[in-house]
Design a protein around this ligand. Structure first.
Ligand SMILES: Nc1nc2c(c(=O)[nH]1)N[C@H]1C(S)=C(S)[C@@H](COP(=O)(O)OP(=O)(O)OC[C@H]3O[C@@H](n4cnc5c(=O)[nH]c(N)nc54)[C@H](O)[C@@H]3O)O[C@H]1N2
Ligand SMILES: Nc1nc2c(c(=O)[nH]1)N[C@H]1C(S)=C(S)[C@@H](COP(=O)(O)OP(=O)(O)OC[C@H]3O[C@@H](n4cnc5c(=O)[nH]c(N)nc54)[C@H](O)[C@@H]3O)O[C@H]1N2
Ligand code: SF4
Ligand SMILES: [Mo]
Length: 740
């Protein structure tokens, strides 16, 4: 008999696994999430969601999920109460900070952290509050710091990052990105494939420069390139533009200083000279340079593939410079700047720019002496910071929303480092290859068990848009939000810093006045002062957090298009002009051109994101693992023939830094000399995600280097693409059964 008391609700919310933030409707039955479906009434994603978004119900309800605080003992993990866990953590942390100072503490925040405003805010408060010298790491040093650094050089502030004006462009050149699979990054554009199809429908073109004929390249035009040589291509595009007088020097002179310096710098990079690096026919380069200069609405968009090479800052810098020199920066359909629309934004950028440039100049990592990009250090060196004795050696390590054992170079080094520190604490909802090495694993909510406003991504929206959500279900077991855990921990620390003491006093005073200070109040304040906000009552129908989750649950488009002609206000230099000339850039070019390659590693390894993976953490959802899914690499058919490798064979991939084995598929859709290997695999049973463990795979970051000499000099970025490798066929008699 049907249970007539069942209470079914359909709650409008949005997905926060990746950057388009697709609209979702959650079906909640008696307080339990039972299904997720795409929201047809979302103005931008209009009924689209990918398989990962739908499968998230399985993550929320996963039997392997950690929902109670866990403590590691020699016999394995045991459940403990919050009070016991936090008391012990606070005591040990207080002692470590008391004896060694805040420099003995490190925090790594992984990718999903960026999707929760409260998570980010609480960690920043914790890091700043503990005092000077704490080590702060994020997934950005494997992702975007080179991009941010290029902005710092050009515009004087790392937070002004241009995005392609997708809705209006007539020529989109995608370099090192695969939006059909990734759904866009540093670019929030739901239904991004449709938006790119629109470019073609408008009579325009989408050209994809990539070593692999990716899903995006296959849908549009493909230009193959040798990995980690994009800087050569971009230098040639500039050389052609100058050489063929395609440059409007007066117009660019109004926006930027240093055009003469640039012209001299690129003069020796004719396409005929760079072809031996890039493998691209000079005629193709010349035609592209002419098209970029002649098309009134054209934009180059680069992403992970251009950020994680050996010269990511240089490559990202050159992308913007090509956009500028071709007359495509800050114009409709070109490469444009999003904005929060804050009053006083100009001044804010000036001040922030000055502060962040100063931090960059003054603060250096202990190992390798890397300068600090937006206040963070290179995660590739995190293990060495734990293992190397001396002042500021990390003795207490926190990891939230990250799986650096798989995502950062040299995972095995990190595993032993985590075991060696005096205190290690993870905030996660899975026992992973990383969290399993921590003293405590503190259970957190998933995105559907917290309210949210995607603050991080507001500036990168192709269509200015606001959406916020309430939690759709209560947290299971004893799971808590990260900010609640951090606030509780701060309150328990003894011998606190002045900042924490001030926090405490302010909080007590506010509470006495009946006000609870929460991150939500802060996010509400931002929504209210930003474009579209109610400006605290000045605009009566304007937005607030509550109004967004109530009246505008499906979200609200703020403007049809991004503003252009805003360069002056996004620049952080006092002169409000782009700065092209930098000794650091000249030095990077000199370093690149004099580089030698190691002997015995003739191929180059690149990454490959997969539709049904999200970095390392969705391999435990049965819907995504159907068909006995496993990891496989891709190699070119000519290389396969030469090495006597057949489709499905297991191969050993060796680099100067490590070795893995992986089954490979043989294809013509990849440039010869290249092997693509997905990251985020290598689940080996230390973690508690049983399905992921069964799927196993290899940790590709065993092939990448954590040597400071291999970390990108300007931004501290890990070097993850174009890594020299050798392939050897595994003797079938010794091979593990493959899972293709
Ligand atoms: N399905 C899925 N979606 C995701 C993720 C996921 O794991 N799975 N991860 C999310 C995250 S964290 C991010 S940061 C974004 C990333 O978003 P994207 O950057 O769009 O995604 P990638 O697939 O990493 O694309 C990088 C592309 O660069 C190419 N490439 C590699 N080396 C080079 C090179 O030297 N030069 C050039 N020109 N190309 C090169 C690769 O072949 C690849 O196609 O995706 C997000 N979305
Ligand atoms: N070789 C190679 N390496 C790479 C890349 C590559 O392309 N190639 N890509 C790099 C990039 S772009 C990125 S972003 C990194 C990602 O690297 P990381 O961010 O270090 O790792 P993820 O695999 O994203 O793991 C995320 C973890 O967060 C947990 N989690 C999920 N949601 C939440 C939440 O709301 N709160 C908390 N507290 N935890 C949560 C998951 O259970 C999982 O353990 O990998 C990088 N590493
Ligand atoms: S594309 Fe990204 S945001 Fe959209 S449903 Fe899929 S995982 Fe979620
Ligand atoms: Mo990322």
């Amino acid at each position: 008999m049907a249970d007539t008391t069942t209470n079914i609700e359909h709650k409008v919310t949005f997905c926060r696994i990746c950057e388009p933030l697709c609209g979702m409707v959650a079906t909640v039955e008696d307080g339990r999430l039972v299904a997720l479906r795409p929201d047809r009434d979302h103005p931008l994603s209009t009924g689209f969601a990918c398989q990962k978004g739908i499968a998230f119900t399985e993550v929320v309800n996963d039997a392997d999920r950690v929902t109670m605080p866990l403590r590691r003992t020699p016999a394995g993990f045991e459940q403990v109460g919050w009070n016991e866990a936090l008391t012990d953590i606070a005591e040990r942390l207080s002692r470590i900070v008391g004896e060694h100072g805040p420099g003995a503490v490190g925090w790594y925040m992984g990718n999903p952290g960026a999707f929760s405003y409260a998570h980010v805010m609480s960690i920043l408060a914790f890091i700043k509050g503990l005092g000077r010298g704490t080590h702060f790491y994020t997934a950005s040093s494997q992702d975007t710091n080179s991009r941010l650094m290029a902005s710092q050089l050009l515009y004087g502030t790392p937070i002004s990052v241009p995005i392609p004006d997708l809705n209006r462009t007539g020529l989109l050149v995608v370099i090192g990105a695969n939006p059909v699979v990734s759904h866009g990054s540093f670019l929030t554009a739901p239904r991004i494939k449709d938006r790119m199809n629109d470019v073609v429908k408008r009579g325009g073109r989408v050209v994809v420069v990539d070593p692999r004929r990716t899903e995006t390249a296959a849908a549009f035009e493909w230009c193959g390139i040798v990995p980690d040589t994009d800087a050569y291509l971009l230098l040639s595009l500039l050389q052609v533009m100058f050489d063929e007088n395609l440059v409007d020097a007066r117009r660019i002179g109004a926006q930027a200083d240093g055009l003469g310096w640039l012209r001299a710098l690129v003069a020796s990079f004719a396409p005929e000279t760079t072809q031996r690096h890039t493998g691209i026919d000079p005629d193709v380069v010349r035609a592209l340079a002419r098209d970029l200069a002649a098309t009134p609405r054209a934009a180059i968009y680069g992403r992970l593939g251009t950020c994680v090479g050996r010269h990511g800052t240089l490559t990202s810098y050159l992308i913007d410079v090509v956009n500028l020199v071709a007359g495509n920066l800050d114009v409709p359909g070109g490469s444009v700047f999003g904005s929060l629309g804050l009053p006083g934004q100009r001044l804010l950028n000036l001040v922030m720019g000055a502060v962040l440039r100063r931090t960059y100049r003054r603060r250096r990592s202990r190992i390798g002496g890397f300068r600090s990009v937006i206040g963070s250090e290179p995660a590739a060196l995190m293990a060495k910071e734990m293992l190397t004795p001396g002042q500021r050696q990390i003795r207490a390590m926190f990891i939230s929303a990250g799986n650096p054992v798989l995502s950062v170079p040299n995972g095995p080094e990190l595993e032993s480092a985590l075991e060696s520190v005096e205190l290690s604490v993870a905030l996660d909802f899975y026992l992973t290859e990383t969290t399993a090495h921590c003293d405590y694993v503190l259970p957190v909510t998933t995105m559907y068990e917290r309210d949210d406003f995607p603050l991080t991504f507001q500036m990168f929206q192709a269509t200015p848009f606001r959406q916020a959500t309430e939690a759709v279900v209560d947290p299971p077991g004893q799971a808590r939000q990260e900010w609640q855990i951090v606030a509780d921990l701060i309150g328990r620390l003894t011998g606190q810093s002045t900042v924490f003491a001030m926090f405490g006093t302010a909080n007590r005073l506010l509470r006495r006045a009946g006000i609870e200070f929460t991150p939500r109040r802060f996010a509400d304040g931002i929504i209210r002062v930003c474009a579209g906000g109610d400006r605290f009552g000045l605009r009566r129908s304007g937005l607030t957090f509550d109004r967004l989750t109530g009246e505008y649950a499906h979200g609200k488009v703020i403007d049809a298009n991004l503003a252009t002609g805003v360069l002056g206000s996004v620049i952080g230099y006092p002169k409000r002009r782009i700065r092209l000339a930098h000794d650091d850039i000249a030095a990077e070019i000199a370093g690149m051109t004099s580089r030698t390659e190691p002997e015995g590693f003739p191929l180059r390894m690149i990454g490959m994101r997969e539709t049904r993976s999200e970095n390392s953490w969705m391999h435990n959802a049965p819907l995504l693992m159907r068909g006995d899914r496993g990891q496989h690499g891709l190699i070119n058919a000519d290389d396969a023939a030469e090495l006597d490798i057949s489709d499905g064979d297991e191969v050993t991939v060796s680099s100067p830094y490590g070795r893995i084995s992986v089954p490979v598929c043989v294809t013509k859709d990849i440039v010869p000399g290249v092997i693509a290997v997905p990251h985020g695999w290598g689940h080996k049973g230390t973690g508690g995600w049983r399905l992921a463990n069964r799927a196993g795979g290899s940790n590709v970051n065993q092939l990448t280097s954590s040597d400071p000499d291999d970390v990108e000099a300007l931004s501290g970025m890990a070097w993850l693409t174009g890594v020299p490798v050798r392939l050897d066929k595994v003797d079938p008699a010794l091979a593990v059964p493959e899972k293709l």
